[in-house]
Design a protein around this ligand. Sequence first.
Ligand SMILES: Nc1ncnc2c1ncn2[C@@H]1O[C@H](COP(=O)(O)OP(=O)(O)OP(=O)(O)O)[C@@H](O)[C@H]1O
Length: 395
Amino acid sequence: MTKPNKLLDSLLKPFKSHKKGIENEKKDDLEAIAAQEQKVFSFEALASATRYFHPENKLGEGGFGPVYKGKLDDGREIAVKKLSKSSRQGKREFVNEARLLSRVQHRNVVGLIGYCADEGEKLLIYEYHPNQSLDKILFHTNRRQELDWQKRFDIISGVARGLLYLHQDSHIMIIHRDIKASNILLDQKWKPKIADFGMARLFPEDQTHVNTRVAGTNGYMAPEYMMHGQLSLKVDVFSFGVLVLEIISGQKNSSFDLQADSRGLLNWAWKLWKNGRCSEMVDMALGSFKLVDEQVKMCIQMALLCVQADPAQRPTMANVSQMLARPGTLAEPTRPGYPGVRYGRKRGDRTSSYSKSRSDASSSGDPSSSRTAVAIAATTTTTTTNPSSRSTDVF
Ligand SMILES: Nc1ncnc2c1ncn2[C@@H]1O[C@H](COP(=O)(O)OP(=O)(O)OP(=O)(O)O)[C@@H](O)[C@H]1O
């Protein structure tokens, strides 16, 4: 086992020349993380668990580097994320992921088993989820049939619950910032787990939004965030709306080309919904399954509300959870937002019909909540990305 102090030192190395206050806070966090000694693994233990990072054990590769399947001596199956030396996401995100994941626990959030910062290597160890990530099934012609409507609906509901927890129910308020199909893992019972917290942010509770450097994935980023770096909980709500439309249609927003003139999946979905042709949106792979028409329609309408151009018109995740649990009459969505879109708001119309009519404070940062408020240092550099790449960010 690696000594906690050694782990801490090597995790903190990339930060040493940066802002002191933030560093101390990070250090405290990491000390707390490292204090849970059972979470610290030696490189040798992980090498042996993954058959020395055998190519056959490789599950895939993301922005951090390769991910390997492994088995610990106690029989637990694990996924090991190995920070590659040339990682485009970098060490900060690695530590960010370790910090945040070690502070949250929910059945719809991936569990972090431990980490390793040994022999110059940095690795994160997660619970292994045999169905891997949603994108591998949803966008795979030969596999999407495995997802019947009930499974898709359960995945939508599970992700909503996980996000509600991050936004409102955990003791810290977290914006994930990168909700997308490849960051939703599926366990053996197809229960979804939100993963990849490298870009997540703790959110100051007394603010509606902060301005920050943009980091996310094209096709999922809310327009106000992508264009102006305005980060709020509603940024996750927008990405969730995109994800729901993808789950229903089996179409990937970033490469949507069904109709060249339709300005993407969101606009296509909105046009079909407006013209009462929702059924045309549903993934053909669902053809042979029994559909619950009203439920599908409700999910499309809810998703369209989530992707409204004006963040104030989007529901909160608490609203979304209510819609999923007890569907009633939903508001009428207007044309969805996309980068470059302008939205008008009537005088005095600062809040959505949801936050006016229902008791949910999370759209405004829930200042009355007793959870820990943690300030973040925001930077203002803006970058955009190609469909698969992302930019890194600094706390
Ligand atoms: N806990 C896990 N259980 C099973 N498979 C996993 C687990 N974590 C990651 N994977 C698989 O490993 C692959 C790489 O995951 P990773 O999170 O590093 O990247 P990504 O989300 O695909 O891309 P990016 O980092 O650019 O967002 C994914 O395809 C995923 O299916």
